[in-house]
Ligand binder design. Structure first.
Ligand SMILES: Cc1cc2nc3c(=O)[nH]c(=O)nc-3n(C[C@H](O)[C@H](O)[C@H](O)COP(=O)(O)O)c2cc1C
Length: 300
């Protein structure tokens, strides 16, 4: 019995991956997470230029999760080179990138490959960055153009991270498949808002943010199930995973691996080791010898 898994051609010793944006801004923090039971880590999304992100407040807790509008703060791809050097010393690192055009994604992906990324994750799904992210990820033709352009410019696997904030999820997933994408990552946060009654105003400076944590899990599981039914591309599930039951749901919906974001903030990095152990116990008790045996069983 083993919990190693493959996302397409990429083999992972463990199925849990650090999601983009949570404790992964520096090379040292990524390396630390990789030594705590994660099979890989995704970097914070990086753009061409340094970006300070949105003004505070950018983050708040709600029942069942968090709403954030960080605004993709990052040092820009050139300065990120040094962090990548420190990060890849710890294990497999997936470089997350965001851009406004296909050619920006191509430039960023090339640099991530040069810096030693194991794969590149295209953030086509941030719900609170104007001109980027979800504004691109709901347009199937544009998604196809970007994924195709990046695919023909790098030789590392290309993952497309999708938004659930659309009724066109199937079409967008098909666009990734047509473009030759190596995996689909689902889901990013759900577009959300918190209003402060005392001030009579939205709480976040950006007004809108993205909901993450347990509250989004059932939406994520449904999205992965729908994607699996529509395409034959490996899937990485993410959204509200904090224990083995959550992870197993995503795998049974069709994911070959999973990512964890918010639960790292609430449970700490030990969340990976505890899920690995509990998932092994479940697999032993229920007669699954590999993760692959469990992938998509809810469709049968
Ligand atoms: C504070 C914060 C920052 C995030 N930053 C990014 C980011 O830079 N790029 C990205 O693709 N997703 C980002 N996300 C989304 C997560 O990677 C993940 O898709 C989402 O939070 C759902 O997973 P979770 O419920 O395990 O947190 C961020 C989420 C949070 C909470």
């Amino acid at each position: 019995m083993t919990i190693d898994t493959c996302v397409g051609s990429l083999k992972l010793e463990r199925p849990g991956i650090v999601a983009s944006g949570i404790m992964d801004e520096t090379g040292a923090s990524i390396a630390r997470m990789l030594s705590s039971g994660a099979g890989a880590a995704v970097t914070k999304s990086i753009g061409l230029q340094p970006n300070p992100g949105h003004r505070n407040p950018t983050f708040t807790e709600v029942k069942g999760g968090f709403v954030n509008a960080m605004g993709l703060p990052n040092p820009g791809i050139d300065l990120f080179k040094e962090e990548m050097g420190a990060a890849i010393a710890g294990g497999k690192v997936v470089g997350s990138i965001y851009g406004a055009t296909a050619s920006e994604f191509v430039t960023l992906a090339g640099k991530m490959e040069e810096y030693g990324a194991t794969a590149v994750e295209l953030n086509l799904s941030c719900p609170h960055a104007k001109g980027y992210g979800a504004e691109i990820g709901v347009d199937a033709a544009l998604v196809k153009k970007i994924v195709s352009a990046v695919k023909s410019s790098v030789s590392i696997p290309v993952w497309a991270k999708l938004t659930p904030n659309t009724h066109m999820l199937k079409e967008v997933a098909l666009a990734v498949q047509d473009a030759g994408g190596d995996a689909i990552v689902a889901i990013n946060t759900l577009k959300a808002m918190v209003i402060s009654p005392e001030f009579g105003k939205p709480f976040l400076s950006n007004k809108f943010g993205g909901l993450s944590g347990p509250a989004v899990r059932s939406v994520g599981v449904r999205a992965v199930y729908d994607i699996r039914a529509a395409v034959d591309v490996p899937i990485v599930g993410v959204g509200g995973i904090s224990d083995w039951r959550d992870a197993a749901q995503y795998i049974m919906a069709g994911a070959s691996a999973f990512q964890i974001g918010s639960a790292i903030a609430t449970k700490g990095v030990k969340v990976f080791d505890s899920i690995n152990k509990d998932l092994e116990d479940f697999m032993r008790d229920f007669g699954y010898s590999t993760i692959k045996d469990m992938v998509g069983v809810a469709h049968e």
